[in-house]
Design a protein around this ligand. Structure first.
Ligand code: ADP
Ligand code: MG
Length: 237
């Protein structure tokens, strides 16, 4: 496993947001974390990136224990997060946002890699010197993913990337997730769009009130009646 999470706990004072959660992500895998609002999904991803301290448990990444490492140290080990709500710096230019994604790198290939992003996303290239506020919601999500890519991650975690996007842009986002996976990136995907997440992922885990309550191959989860009743709703048909 590229990422191994063992009995992770996250607490905010009396709120026990993540309770003894364990999961693994293989080097060539997409794993999805599902669950209602408040289930602890964001707390989990933030703890894995080191943005929120773990109150207990261990996080092993690429064979090393990263439980106590800073977010920057985890980024240098090539673990990157596309945060909830994108967190684009809207007053900075598109180009500056991308440069921020590479701040942890000391190699000379950043300009080349940004050029490759502009080839992949011409809408970003044509607006490179404009403030990121001119981008549409879909383009801002592409920018957020691109910024994370510039850390050259081995594992990318995405926190509800489809939130607020039109159905067409959601399709394009999931196409991008598939393409990144085909390029060799491992992905840990937190989604509200349960059906699409289970289509793209190999395995899934469902969180309720901080706990992992259901786990298995995506195909099995998509047929699970309990999950269907709770989260799939009409989106299933
Ligand atoms: N910074 C915080 N301080 C206190 N409580 C928080 C904080 N962030 C999240 N929580 C609480 O932790 C629980 C899990 O929240 P969160 O991880 O955001 O869930 P999700 O992403 O699944 O919606 C919720 O009860 C939420 O109110
Ligand atoms: Mg969340």
């Amino acid at each position: 496993m590229l990422l191994e999470v063992e009995a992770l706990d996250v607490r905010y004072g009396r709120t026990h947001a993540v309770k003894a959660l364990s999961l693994g992500v293989g080097a060539d895998e997409i794993v999805t974390v599902l669950g209602a609002n408040g289930a602890g999904k964001t707390s989990l991803l933030r703890a894995l990136q080191g943005l929120t301290p773990a109150a207990g448990g261990r996080v092993i990444f690429a064979g090393g224990d990263i439980t106590k490492l800073s977010p920057a140290q985890r980024l240098r080990r090539r673990l990157a997060l596309v945060p909830e709500g994108r967190q684009i710096a809207i007053t900075l230019s598109v180009h500056e946002n991308l440069q921020m994604g590479a701040w942890c790198r000391s190699d000379g290939d950043v300009a080349r890699d940004i050029g490759a992003i502009y080839e992949r996303f011409p809408n970003l290239g044509s607006r490179r010197d404009m403030p990121a506020s001119v981008l549409s919601g879909g383009e801002q999500q592409m920018l957020a993913v691109s910024r994370a890519l510039l850390a050259r991650p081995r594992l990318m975690m995405l926190d509800e990337p489809s939130l607020g996007l039109s159905p067409l842009l959601v399709e394009r986002l999931f196409d991008l997730i598939r393409a990144l996976h085909n390029d060799g990136l491992a992905i840990l995907l937190v989604e509200q769009n349960t059906q699409m997440a289970l289509e793209v992922a190999a395995r899934g885990i469902v969180m309720e009130l901080g706990r992992g309550v259901l786990e298995g191959p995506a195909l099995e989860l998509s047929r699970n009646e309990r999950l269907a009743a709770a989260y799939l709703g009409e989106a299933r048909v």
